[in-house]
Design a protein around this ligand. Structure first.
Ligand code: MUC
Ligand code: MG
Length: 378
């Protein structure tokens, strides 16, 4: 029997290419948590647990992800059968409540390890890929309308993205709608424009916002109101033609079942981290599709490992009707994979196996690791 020998979690702080302005914070750096699971046969699995903007986005932080792994999840898992991922996931859920990002990081590494030992891709463990590449959106969030419009036009020109998600909710609704209208006008019919409010509006702002955004031809609005307001989200979903997507509302399959039962959203943003791993993310997808709700491959702005993990899973889903936004590595100023993920022709290529299909550039990881930065400062 191959067992779990040791688990290592490393925080790495990687600067972003520009400020990324969201309704709740501005990111100048992304702090990722890289996980390595070492197995008794000498194999190693990679995982990533990454959140957005410290603790402004959700209750987990890079530090809490590492703490949950080091102090609770790793001690529980050491000595367990490495090939029985369902059993390991159950043990993680019993040992640690919530903390879906920490659990996802380890679950990902267990899938990577198992797939590498079997010499297959992680996608193969989920039924096999039906796509070799997936459409990929880009987020315009420089905080400046002119810069955002220029960025969109450049992405269209180089054929990297033709779907843009605009981060709004920080300014007054009227100003946000004017900002979106300016970008919509600049790109015309060449791109799909969507917005993400990250829970910033109350219901009355949301009514004005959705009416205005619908009027100017925006295709979708993501999480306009706080995650708990599922009845109000339903009201918005049924009052407008513009698609309403749930993101923060979905912290795993139980939330997904509730939102689906109430038909509170038209689309689910599927995030492996928010779902608690690849297997529960697939459950969320199944819940959505069986309820007639469309899906979109979401991101927590992970670097290459987390992005590859999501790609492996999403490549097995026949219909991700709204595409994906798996662009995380492109927002970072440096690459930590030995071979970067491939972007082009408005898509991202699913890396070929074994495992997640990616390896780390260990020097880069060491360079950005918080431990090293601290020891250099001392
Ligand atoms: C979110 O809320 O969806 C995804 C893309 C992006 O720019 O931010 C994330 C978070
Ligand atoms: Mg979102």
């Amino acid at each position: 029997m191959t067992t779990i020998d040791r688990i290592q979690a490393t925080i790495a702080d990687i600067p972003t290419i520009r400020g990324h302005v969201l309704s709740m914070t501005t990111m100048m750096c992304q702090s990722i948590v890289l996980v390595k699971v070492f197995f008794s046969d000498g194999s190693v699995g990679l995982g990533e647990g990454t959140t957005i903007g410290g603790m402004t986005y959700c209750p987990e932080s890079p530090e809490s992800i590492k703490l949950a792994i080091d102090a609770y999840l790793a001690p529980a898992l050491v000595g367990q059968d490495a090939d029985r991922i369902a059993a390991a996931s159950l043990l993680m859920a019993k040992t640690v409540q919530g903390n879906t990002i920490a659990r996802c990081a380890i679950e990902t590494a267990l899938w990577d390890g198992l797939a590498r030992r079997l010499n297959v891709s992680v996608a193969q463990l989920f039924g096999g890929a039906v796509h070799s590449s997936l459409p990929v959106a880009w987020t315009l969030a420089s905080g400046n309308s002119q810069t955002d419009a220029e960025e969109a036009l450049e992405m269209l020109e180089i054929r990297r993205h033709n779907v843009f998600k605009l981060k709004i909710g920080k300014r007054a609704v009227r100003d946000d709608v004017a900002h979106v209208a300016g970008i919509k006008k600049a790109v015309g019919d060449r791109a799909s424009i969507r917005v993400d409010v990250n829970q910033a509006w109350g219901i009355t702002d949301a009514r004005w916002g959705l009416a205005g955004l619908q009027e100017i031809g925006v295709d979708l609005v993501e999480q306009p109101i706080p995650r708990g307001y599922t009845a109000a989200l339903k009201e918005l979903t049924s009052s407008y033609e513009i698609a309403v997507m749930a993101d923060e509302s979905l912290q795993g399959p139980e939330d997904a079942a509730q939102v689906a039962a109430q038909r509170s959203a038209d689309v689910f943003a599927i995030k492996i981290a928010q779902s608690g791993g690849l297997a529960p993310a697939r459950d969320v997808i199944t819940i959505a599709h069986t309820a007639g709700i469309d899906t979109y491959g979401g991101t927590m702005l992970e670097a290459g490992v987390g992005t590859a993990a999501a790609l492996q899973l999403f490549s097995t889903i026949p219909k991700m009707r709204w595409g994906t936004e798996l662009f995380g590595p492109l927002l970072l100023r440096d690459e930590i994979l030995a071979e970067p993920l491939q972007y082009g022709d408005f898509s991202v290529t699913v890396p070929a196996g074994p495992g997640l299909g990616v390896d780390l550039d260990e020097d880069k990881v060491a360079f950005y690791s918080r431990d090293r930065a601290r020891s250099v400062a001392l």
